[in-house]
Design a protein around this ligand. Structure first.
Ligand SMILES: [Cu+2]
Length: 256
């Protein structure tokens, strides 16, 4: 009888705790969504595009081994290229996140989710943007254990074990934060970065270091570029009219 009573009390306590955690996260998301709706601006017709490049001596590509896990080893031939600094022959930088820090209103989250894949024991994409309240679908494509350790500071951090191939976990962020680092505690080389924004005005540079931010309403904006090795660039300001396409380039100085 006494044991039964204790078990019942424990079950009720567990339910209450779970309920509270869920409610608080939902409330935060709802507040974020309401806040966005109140100040929601419509998308515009201006754009800002440009290139991010490295000045000075472009570093060579570092290589590392993934042989510690036979599942990872089987998916690569030999050493794997480090993704910290990737440039083309001209020094144009890939995987740089360019985003608006000032001048943009808040926008509701898109209904489409953002995918983060773990394949060949690498994260793909290595750098990506996402909006507050937008779903992040984290997928394990490998037949081995990964854990997704999100090192958020402003948002809640989390650490999710994903032992099975095909497993999908969904997460959402409630506040703007950039960068947010993710790492795998099983495979020390695995890491990637997200930028969480309250507007859709961000882009990640491609192989040729280029980026384009579309849909800007006419106005004055401040932009920065962030790169995992070189940090945040000096801010640049740009004014755009409706339908105007402006160019803004960023450079980082390589350590010599
Ligand atoms: Cu892993």
């Amino acid at each position: 009888m006494e044991l039964k009573k204790i078990l019942t009390l424990l079950a009720v306590a567990a339910l209450l705790t779970a309920g509270c955690g869920q409610k608080s996260e939902d409330e935060e998301l709802m507040e974020a969504a309401n806040g966005a709706a109140k100040t929601a601006a419509v998308l515009g017709t201006a754009s800002v595009s440009g290139t991010v490049s490295l000045t000075g001596k472009v570093p060579g590509t570092a290589l590392f081994s993934v042989d510690a896990d036979p599942v990872c080893k089987a998916q690569h031939t030999g050493m794997v290229k480090d993704e910290t600094v990737i440039t083309d022959a001209k020094g144009d930088l890939k995987n740089v996140m360019v985003y608006v820090t000032d001048g943009a209103g808040s926008y509701p989250a898109p209904s489409a989710s953002v995918s983060l894949n773990q394949k060949g024991c690498m994260y793909s994409p290595h750098v990506f943007g996402i909006q507050v309240g937008q779903a992040l679908e984290i997928v394990n494509d490998d037949p081995t254990l990964h854990n997704v350790h999100c090192m958020a500071v402003t948002n809640d951090s989390f650490n999710v074990g994903m032992p099975n191939q095909g497993m999908v976990t969904e997460k959402k962020f409630t506040k703007a934060e950039a960068p947010v680092k993710f790492k795998c505690d099983v495979h020390g080389w695995m890491h990637c970065f997200a930028g969480v924004f309250t507007n859709p005005f961000y882009a990640v540079t491609g192989d040729d270091g280029s980026f384009k931010i579309n849909g800007l309403p006419a106005g004055n904006y401040t932009l920065v570029a962030w790169q995992e090795q070189y940090g945040v660039s000096a801010p640049q300001t740009v004014a755009v009219k409706d339908g105007e396409a402006k160019s803004v380039n960023f450079t980082f100085a390589a350590a010599n």
